[in-house]
Design a protein around this ligand. Structure first.
Ligand code: BV8
Ligand code: ZN
Length: 261
């Protein structure tokens, strides 16, 4: 079924209600309406910067100042963004369904976690089992290139000089963003968990991803291989669309509150 009419939305809502286990797999599009630029859209991040020049270990070795300048700019931008109705609908559904819904995200913006906290309220910690699997890491974590120590890090980055870049409190080594760059392996435990959850899921709800980046893009396909089905939410078709039982052509912020919880 294609398109985004009322019948499709109703079908999606029914399927999601019926499903025993759901994985919500998200990409940059779920955060677009929060003001976080996507990667490959018309105003995409890669438009202003080539990925090869910024999101690779080689680029960081060659010019750590430039790479930190980009991540510092992104962190400053993202820290001012709020979860949008799509993040909130997912968080609400997770809390109401008590762990039958898991989130696997390619995003490093922390907005799924923020949505959980906002729905829980009173500064309560989200239970571990509901927290999103951030398979590409987090822009709010940094790792030492010398000793590997990883810390939560929301600091404002001064990338004006090499000497002002963040260094490790333990060994004074240069810190780097704790995100997965191109050519780097993803955390194998996180990736295995994501594939297992997807393989066991009755439905993988795929929201806001161009499904071009691997191995992440293979995760929704594990649901199909496991006998489950895909529901896709994206204003544009993607390589996953032909395999989707339902492809809802729309913005996450307007579609998700109509199909969840
Ligand atoms: C690796 C973190 C090997 C950093 C990112 C096959 C198998 C394995 C690897 C490869 C392979 N083929 C190619 C590769 C190499 C490469 C790759 O996939 N390249 C692609 C570009 C072809 N993969 C890798 O390098 C990976 N590592 O393979 O290592 C290895 C193995 C063992 C040992 C050593 C090495 C690592 C990839 C991770 C790269 N890091 N990010 C950072 O964020 O700075 S990827 C980056 O792209 C982001 O994480 C982003 O999330 C991700 C995917 O992009 P999307 O999220 O989909 O965003 P995009 O802009 O593309 O699309 C947005 C979508 O939203 C669009 O469809 C749009 O229509 C839609 N949309 C817009 N508005 C809305 C909306 N939808 C809903 N509502 C809206 N309002
Ligand atoms: Zn160190």
């Amino acid at each position: 079924m294609r398109g985004n009419d009322e019948a499709d939305l109703r079908a999606a809502r029914q399927e999601l209600r019926k499903a025993e286990r759901v994985v919500v797999f998200t990409g940059a599009g779920v955060s677009a309406e929060s003001g976080v630029p996507t990667f490959r859209g018309k105003d995409g991040l890669w438009k202003r910067h080539r990925p090869e020049s910024l999101a690779t270990p080689q680029a960081f070795r060659r010019d750590p100042r430039l790479v930190w300048e980009w991540y510092g700019w992104r962190r400053d931008l993202i820290v001012g963004c709020e979860p949008n109705p799509a993040h909130l609908a997912i968080a609400q559904a997770q809390l109401e369904s008590d762990a039958r819904i898991h989130v696997v995200t390619q995003n490093v913006d922390g907005l799924h976690e923020l949505a959980l906290r906002s729905v829980l309220g009173q500064g309560r910690e989200p239970p571990e089992r509901l927290r999103p699997l951030e398979i590409h890491g987090s822009i709010y974590r940094s790792r030492c290139t010398a000793c590997g120590r990883e810390i939560a890090d929301r600091s404002v980055i001064d990338a004006s000089r090499l000497e002002s870049l963040p260094t490790c409190l333990e060994c004074h080594g240069l810190m780097r963003p704790a995100v997965v760059w191109y050519g780097e392996a993803l955390d194998s435990t996180l990736l295995d968990t994501a594939f297992t959850l997807a393989a066991e899921a009755d439905i993988c709800l795929v929201v806001g991803t161009s499904a071009l980046v691997h191995p992440a893009a293979a995760i929704p396909r594990a649901t199909i291989a496991g006998g489950g089905s895909l529901i896709e939410v994206n204003p544009n078709p993607t390589p996953l669309s032909p395999s989707a039982a339902l492809s809802l052509l729309g913005q996450a912020g307007s579609v998700l509150p109509r199909i969840l919880p």
